[in-house]
Write a protein that binds this ligand. Structure first.
Ligand SMILES: N[C@@H](CCC(=O)N[C@@H](CS)C(=O)NCC(=O)O)C(=O)O
Length: 220
């Protein structure tokens, strides 16, 4: 069903790593969206009506299609415009890329949540889960031996899709992280944090209310 909206609608939450990577892709593709910043503790009914599973990010296209997975939003954006060559072919094959993305989205993120929020789980040794993630970081540090990016000579989908999780992990205890001596990985994180891309996608928007004047942005 075609929507009456001027631009696609993006429901997002500023600090969510999945929403961050979707915003990176929308910025890279220069697509205008109506941004709706929501609080996860008070999800608006309009949001839940479009996407009952209740996770962010969610994008509603102009044709009314509801994209409820960050990777679907990223691929949708890059299919429209991949001017920064996020889909460029690099050293890693399609399967290696998919496996790495899955590892970070599933295994790394599960361990990260237990490390970062141990009180949400019963009887969890947070440091065990912190250390379980070292093998994933080691792998990234190894991939960064050739360039400052994971797959080819410039930052691509793989870098931006993984970065928010690694940043969140590092931020739990940066002193500890810095002592790991993953210097290539630290440089990789810092180059993204210091970029205009990062400051633009982290800009603050007021919490969306149904009667607000729409806020349009391509996160420029
Ligand atoms: N697989 C989803 C995961 C999204 C997700 O879990 N987002 C979290 C926030 S970081 C969420 O919305 N959780 C629901 C809640 O906390 O109520 C995606 O890639 O978009």
């Amino acid at each position: 069903m075609k929507s009456n909206f001027k631009y696609p609608i993006l429901y997002t939450f500023r600090r969510c790593p999945y929403a961050m990577r979707a915003r990176f892709a929308i910025r890279s593709s220069k697509i205008m969206v109506e941004v709706r910043e929501i609080k996860l503790k008070e999800k608006p009914s309009e949001f839940l009506k479009s996407s009952p599973k209740g996770t962010v990010p969610v994008l509603i296209t102009k044709s009314g299609e509801v994209l409820e997975e960050s990777m679907d939003i990223i691929n949708w954006a890059l299919n429209i415009n991949d001017s920064h060559k996020w889909l460029a072919k690099g050293r890693l094959g399609k399967k290696e890329i998919k496996d790495l993305l899955d590892d970070f989205e599933i295994k790394f993120k599960t361990n990260l949540d237990k490390y970062k929020y141990p009180n949400r789980f019963s009887g969890v040794d947070r440091y065990l889960y912190r250390d379980k993630n070292l093998c994933f970081l080691e792998k990234l540090n190894f991939y960064l031996k050739n360039n400052n990016s994971l797959n080819c000579e410039h930052l691509t989908l793989l870098d931006y899709a993984i970065f928010p999780f690694v940043r969140q992990f590092r931020n739990v205890d940066q002193d500890w992280f810095d002592k790991l001596n993953f210097s290539l990985l630290s440089n990789w994180i810092n180059q993204i944090i210091d970029s205009e891309d990062f400051s633009s996608i982290m800009r603050k928007f007021k919490k969306w209310e149904p009667n607000d004047v729409p806020i349009y942005t391509n996160f420029e």
